[in-house]
Design a protein around this ligand. Structure first.
Ligand code: SAH
Ligand code: DHB
Ligand code: MG
Length: 222
């Protein structure tokens, strides 16, 4: 058994301990596949981790950058109290449409607002509107502007806000020096910034399993 096979075996084993998969979450992935969306949603284990983090910080308001089909959105929305709200930002109107259907079908529609358009515009609009600050931010859209998304997230955060960023390892490419892939350089810039930013306490978690070798940054605003 090679490494990857073993990692997937462990993923399946641990996931199995939680009981049968949630039919709403399975249906979300099925509808995403059917609609031809890329299979790049977070793993179930990461979905669970997002829930744990949201509950740990008593999150009522969540900001998500990158909706896709609403898979991670649903994990997050389900971690919130009845009056909780997720604002999720999505560039692609087709993705947003699939997500809207998925969120409604999963019963979390009323607590999720999807803002369609470039995330940088939506983030600026939220700040200009004086939106109520967020308790947890999940950054998971295009990788090149990750550092800008961090900055915008900080403007919408309060002390104690948890900021999570997906895909900060990219199969190890972040550690292999300069890259001509702007997704890699974007994430490199993000990690360099977050590691030294005095406004946050941050750490990194490498992940393996069904989604391959990648990682998460988890930070909390001081
Ligand atoms: N968080 C989702 C996966 C998001 S995939 C989950 O785990 O279920 C990344 C998403 O970001 C894609 O749907 C893509 O269309 C969107 N995206 C890419 N560039 C964007 C941008 N500039 N602004 C907003 N969304 C963007
Ligand atoms: C890609 C994006 C993601 O958010 C992810 O989790 C995996 C892959 C990508 O654009 O390739
Ligand atoms: Mg991702």
């Amino acid at each position: 058994m090679d490494g990857q096979e073993l990692y997937e075996r462990v993923d399946d084993h641990l996931e199995g301990l939680f009981g049968p998969p949630d039919p709403d979450l399975v249906a979300i992935q099925a509808r995403a596949d059917e609609a031809g969306l890329p299979a790049i949603a977070v793993s179930p284990a990461t979905g669970r981790l997002l829930q744990v983090l949201a509950r740990s910080c008593g999150a009522r308001r969540v900001l998500e950058v990158g909706t896709l089909a609403g898979y991670s959105t649903t994990w997050l929305a389900r971690a919130l109290p009845d009056d909780g709200r997720v604002v999720t930002l999505e560039f692609d109107p087709h993705h947003a449409e699939v997500a809207r259907r998925n969120l409604d079908a999963a019963g979390v529609g009323p607590r999720v607002e999807i803002r369609v358009g470039p995330a940088s515009d939506s983030l600026r609009a939220l700040t200009e509107e004086g939106a109520e600050l967020f308790d947890l931010v999940f950054i998971d859209a295009d990788k090149a502007p990750y550092a800008a998304y961090l900055e915008a997230s900080l403007a919408l955060s309060h002390p104690g806000t948890v900021i999570v960023a997906d895909n900060v390892v990219r199969r190890g490419k972040v550690a292999l020096g300069p890259s001509d892939d702007e997704a890699v350089t974007g994430v490199q810039r993000f990690t360099e910034r977050v590691a030294r930013d005095p406004r946050v306490t941050a750490s990194f978690v490498q992940t393996v399993g069904a989604k391959g070798h990648d990682g998460l940054c988890i930070a909390v605003v001081r």
